[in-house]
Write a protein that binds this ligand. Structure first.
Ligand SMILES: Nc1ncnc2c1ncn2[C@@H]1O[C@H](COP(=O)(O)OP(=O)(O)OP(=O)(O)O)[C@@H](O)[C@H]1O
Length: 291
């Protein structure tokens, strides 16, 4: 397995640089000695099996949990993110899986919830204009900003949640499984949106269990395994087999075997492991595992 250096030679300093970050929950070591760099204008996929530590890392960056050890450098200075407000003030926006939208409110009301314009009253017209401008920048396909979010598709809801996170002008946006539970067309819509974020110069961290999505949109991929770094790869240089091996610790498994037979790329299931795992294939994978 080839592991590429985390650095991008010749590039400017990373927007985010984590060094030696660790986090325990009681006796559970959720993260141990994690390093991660993310640059402006790049998408870094954060992948790993269930329990690998992805959510914990994101929660440290979004101010939900403090780390026990290590440093987080953001935009050139060491930072201490103690709350979600700290994270937002620094310019770190996170779109969690639940999206935190109010179904009964319109798109524009969701976008501006808690930060309505106008000193004494809502400036409805201005908010609507800004909503359209934001959605236009993202090439988003939302039929109207006045319709209730409940009537939107999953992809459109994800779009609204991402657009809302952009209102604070973040430098880093973290997307927690943005395509989970979306159909093919909606997934493509959201991946297009991720492309727009990169084009707009944002640093993007995308958690995903779907290797096709990761390969479609990421510049680099950082693998966590059992709470530790297990390789950072440039997407154009890494094979699906290498990624699966880094995620599962097994160089041989049913996905790589099928891909070899069919000459096609493999896709991981929700858990980051093959969705179908017959007993004989599982046994073969265990034999080939590297711990
Ligand atoms: N609040 C908590 N209290 C105790 N243990 C926790 C807590 N949060 C996470 N853990 C543990 O830390 C480890 C890492 O969990 P984490 O949720 O970060 O993994 P993950 O990669 O996001 O997994 P998944 O893909 O299933 O969401 C796991 O062993 C988990 O049980």
């Amino acid at each position: 397995m080839s592991t590429m250096p985390a650095e991008r030679p010749g590039a400017a300093a990373p927007v985010l640089s984590m060094r030696g970050v660790s986090k325990h929950f009681g006796a559970v070591a959720a993260l141990t000695d994690i390093d991660l760099d993310v640059y402006a204008g790049e998408v870094v996929a954060l992948v790993g099996d269930n329990g690998a530590g992805k959510s914990t890392l994101v929660k440290i960056l979004s101010g939900v949990h403090p780390q026990d050890a290590g440093t987080v450098n953001f935009d050139g200075r060491d930072v201490n993110i103690q709350s979600p407000v700290d994270a937002l003030n620094l310019g770190i926006a996170t779109v969690f899986q639940d999206l935190a939208l109010c179904d009964n409110l319109s798109v524009v009301d969701n976008l501006f919830l808690g930060r309505e314009l106008g000193p004494w009253r809502l400036n409805e017209g201005e908010m609507e204009v800004q909503s359209w401008e934001l959605l236009r920048q993202l090439s988003a396909k939302i039929p109207s900003v006045r319709i209730a979010v409940a009537s939107l598709s999953g992809g459109q809801r994800q779009t609204v949640a991402i657009a809302r996170s952009l209102l604070g002008s973040p430098k880093l946006i973290i997307l927690d499984e943005p395509t989970a539970a979306l159909g093919v067309a909606q997934t493509a819509e959201v991946l297009n949106l991720v492309e727009r974020l990169r084009e707009n110069g944002l640093a993007v961290i995308m958690i995903s269990h779907n290797m096709q999505d990761v390969q479609a949109v990421s510049d680099r991929v950082a693998v966590l395994r059992l709470g530790r770094n297990n390789g950072t790869f440039r997407m154009k240089d890494v094979s699906t087999d290498d990624l699966i091996a880094a995620i599962t610790g097994a160089a041989v498994n049913v996905v790589t075997q099928r891909a070899a037979q069919a000459g096609t790329a493999g896709t991981l299931g929700k858990a980051g492991v093959p969705p179908v795992r017959p007993p004989e294939a599982a046994a073969a994978a265990e034999e080939g595992s590297v711990q």
